[in-house]
Write a new protein. Structure first.
Length: 419
């Protein structure tokens, strides 16, 4: 059964800006005085009001496609991801809870990061500690939502209906995750990290975590992992995790937790919010589309699959028949570097090798370019197929149906009209 949708009246449309402005500019105490009584569920109203501020932040991302506002989720059209380094205004947004007030106000005063659990020396680090006591590095790293491509599953899967734009490659500045963990002294009993942050649960319940995920300790100590405080040379913006986030490139973006306050090193696989059940999990064996898979047969996602995205030209563009047209984009893989990218203009019957630039560092996406000639006037599709260093290549169709629509790495395609 689907929810019915009724058109908004003119009055409802007119009231929304006024109501939002009132909530943004009125403190809860003043609101209580205004209505002449106590407000028992004031925290819930505060959470709603904060969501309005998140919408204001999205004014800086005018070209993104909004998929939901509670929590805030928005993707980027493929042709706007052509930059080698994804700028703030074109970087997708994936939130699980609200954006905390500390981020909305860009206020990091008193911020600390705790490292505890299965470590020899628990640490409580300030931002200055991180900046002064460890080597500061800058890396270009891809972050991609595990559900990117979910919209193409059939039967459909629940969750945000991402198409291709839940991905970005920014420059992140911070310190190696492994350096910080090693400074605390990882015990032999360490199995998994557990990440905690101060983003509020949408229910307003302070005892509930919006999300708390982690990675195997081997991944946390491997190349690429970072604790970052800058994105593209500026403090990490509010919706992307100010003032601190962990980045675990190659894994689903949910493991690169924003608003980071604590890393608890555990002696077991982490079982925090969105680590259990069907969250970021895949069937342990191939299943037919639409299969009800028991929870005990779901396994945690790790390396994201090899993928590519055509970013130029925009789908639907006209191109001259009989003349060369440049096609370009990016390719990346959860396992590291890309070996090759090929493109096709005849629905995969034949393939044209693309020129592939090396990655600036591991887990950065790689630029590919190819010239294609459309032989006569008409409709064409350009398909892209990346292959990574392990030999894994993108399939032409949605691979491996799963209940939550994770890990879709089908070949990207655009339309070109030859004239």
């Amino acid at each position: 059964m689907t929810d019915s949708i009724t058109p908004e009246t003119d009055i409802e449309i007119a009231e929304k800006p006024a109501r939002r402005s009132f909530l943004k500019t009125t403190a809860l105490g003043a609101l209580g005085a205004y209505v002449g009584m106590n407000i028992p569920f004031a925290e819930n109203l505060k959470a709603f009001a904060q969501g309005v501020n998140e919408e204001d932040i999205m004014a800086g991302k005018p070209d993104l496609i909004l998929l939901g506002d509670r929590p805030l989720n928005a993707e980027t059209p493929a042709h706007l991801l052509d930059d080698d380094v994804t700028p703030y205004e074109r970087f997708f947004v994936r939130n699980n809870g609200g954006v905390p007030d500390t981020a909305l106000n860009m206020d990091a005063e008193g911020w600390t990061l705790t490292i505890d659990g299965e470590v020899e020396t628990p640490l409580v680090l300030t931002l200055d500690d991180l900046k002064n006591n460890f080597e500061v590095i800058t890396r270009r790293l891809v972050i991609e939502c595990g559900g990117n491509g979910r919209a193409y599953f059939n039967p459909g899967a629940s969750g945000n209906q991402w198409t291709t734009g839940a991905v970005g490659c920014a420059e992140w500045t911070g310190v190696r995750l492994s350096d910080v963990l090693n400074a605390a002294g990882i015990k032999d009993t360490a199995v998994y990290t557990a990440h905690y942050s101060n983003d509020p649960h949408l229910s307003g319940d302070p005892e509930r975590d919006a999300i708390s995920r982690g990675v195997p300790i081997e991944k946390a100590l491997a190349e690429g992992g970072m604790i970052a405080w800058e994105m593209n040379g500026e403090p990490i913006p509010a919706v992307h995790g100010f003032p601190l986030r962990v980045i675990n490139p190659g894994y689903p973006g949910s493991t690169s937790q924003k608003f980071l306050t604590r890393i608890w090193v555990r002696d077991q696989v982490h079982d925090g919010a969105k680590m259990t059940g069907y969250s970021y999990r895949m069937p342990a064996y191939p299943v037919a589309p639409g299969t009800e898979v028991p929870e005990e047969d779901m396994v945690i996602m790790t390396d994201m699959p090899v993928k590519s995205l055509i970013t130029f030209p925009q789908s639907g563009t006209q191109a001259p028949a009989g003349a060369a047209t440049e096609v370009r984009g990016h390719a990346w893989s959860g396992s590291g570097d890309i070996a090759s990218v090929d493109v096709s203009i005849d629905f995969g019957a034949t393939w044209i090798p693309a020129e592939l630039e090396p990655a600036v560092n591991k887990f950065a996406w790689q630029r590919f370019r190819a010239n294609v000639t459309l032989p006569e006037a008409g409709y064409y599709e350009v398909w892209a197929r990346a292959t990574d260093m392990t030999g894994e290549a993108q399939p032409p169709v949605v691979p491996g149906w799963n209940p939550r629509g994770y890990g879709n790495n089908m070949q990207h395609r655009i339309a070109l009209i030859a004239t």
